[in-house]
Design a protein around this ligand. Structure first.
Ligand code: SF4
Length: 368
């Protein structure tokens, strides 16, 4: 529900926030300078991924692609290989496309409106780069900013609705015009990531606490309300792991609705109403809950686009763990093991805790 319009906040709040940021900001690698290339890479990586998780990926990516030119002239498989583990591979593909487009320009666009023309630059990334790198007085709105404004103003908004997001954008823009926007926007992001966290915010440490409506009314646990989630689609999928002479057979995915146009294992799938009784593993990609069964050799799909890739280079061609789980399973069991029920899989995990998936993989971000 859209609540009644809140009065614009006094000058002192953004000022207090920026002063807090100057004292408490973390020393992060992308804050070493305001070079637009670095800001852009970091803001793209930080979407759907935590700051702590991004740091090693950012440093590795920047050491391989230290300049816009080095990224623009790289081959896509290498860019995807450097991105592996961050998930959401469409971000890496768009980053690469945008690097090529930027490389053909005489200078990095300085306004968010011009940045929006580039692949992968949505309103958040365009505003973040324009404000942090070039000081354009525009606000950014992401989950952190929505949470802070919702709580600070005491508004239990349907924040996922465009009309409400426009309202929040107006608040963010108003704050960004009063102070240096590169500091104000980073201050909001920092506050959301370290103090005004989704659960148990550290209100006694917050520079906005004296006028925060949610804190005064003891509503910080209720605001913002969770977004209603649509039910996931259940899919069954057969994958074929065919290895010959150290090379693996891949198929371009033109039929499955997830990981579209990516190189996967030869695959066939369909949407179902209930999960299958037996399967090899379960994998989640955005709204898809996928139950995977490995299929015996040569059992699926003719007339598709195939290629053979060296197993040593597989990460560059297929970064998704959806495929790596199948390869690991087939190699660990030397062929196609019997599919098992969910109960059997749970029992096995209890009896053989070491056979669980590598915990580093479990923490990976979902893909799309
Ligand atoms: S006082 Fe608490 S709830 Fe309010 S903005 Fe600060 S951290 Fe968030």
């Amino acid at each position: 529900m859209l609540a009644s319009s809140a009065p614009m906040q006094p000058e002192s709040h953004p000022q207090q926030l920026v002063e807090w940021f100057r004292v408490h900001k973390r020393d992060l690698p992308w804050r070493a300078n305001r070079e637009p290339y670095r800001i852009w890479i970091s803001e793209t990586m930080l979407q759907q991924t935590t700051t702590t998780a991004v740091i090693p990926f950012f440093e590795r990516f920047l050491s391989r692609f230290p300049t816009l030119e080095s990224l623009a002239t790289a081959r896509e498989p290498e860019v995807l290989g450097q991105w592996a583990g961050l998930g959401y591979y469409s971000r890496a593909r768009n980053l690469h496309k945008a690097a090529k487009a930027l490389h053909s320009l005489t200078e990095f666009p300085r306004s968010y409106k011009n940045l929006l023309e580039l692949p992968g630059f949505g309103p958040y990334t365009a505003r973040a780069v324009a404000s942090i790198a070039f000081g354009e007085p525009v606000g950014v709105v992401d989950g952190n900013v929505i949470r802070i404004f919702s709580r600070f103003l005491g508004e239990n908004w349907d924040w996922w609705k465009p009309s409400v997001r426009d309202r929040i954008q107006e608040h963010a823009d108003a704050w960004a015009t009063r102070l240096p926007s590169h500091e104000l926007n980073q201050a909001l992001m920092e506050l959301g990531r370290t103090v005004c966290t989704p659960k148990s915010p550290s209100c006694p440490l917050c520079p906005l606490r004296t006028d925060c409506v949610a804190l005064k009314k003891n509503l910080t646990a209720k605001i913002p309300r969770p977004r209603p989630r649509p039910a996931k689609e259940i899919w069954i999928c057969e994958l074929q792991v065919q290895i010959e002479g150290g090379r693996l057979r891949l198929m371009k995915n033109h039929s499955l609705p997830f990981l579209k146009n990516q190189w996967l294992l030869p695959a066939a799938g369909k949407k179902v109403q209930v999960p299958p009784a037996r399967f090899h593993y379960r994998h989640s990609i955005t709204k898809y809950d996928i139950f995977v069964t490995l299929s015996p050799k040569n059992s699926i799909l003719k007339n598709h686009e195939y290629r053979w890739v060296s197993l040593r280079e597989i990460q560059q061609h297929v970064p998704t763990s959806f495929v790596h789980k199948a390869i690991d399973l087939a190699r660990r069991t030397d062929g196609v093991p019997q599919p098992r029920s969910l109960r059997q899989q749970k029992e096995n995990r209890v009896r053989h805790p070491r056979s669980r998936v590598d915990p580093r993989r479990r923490k990976r971000q979902p893909e799309r």
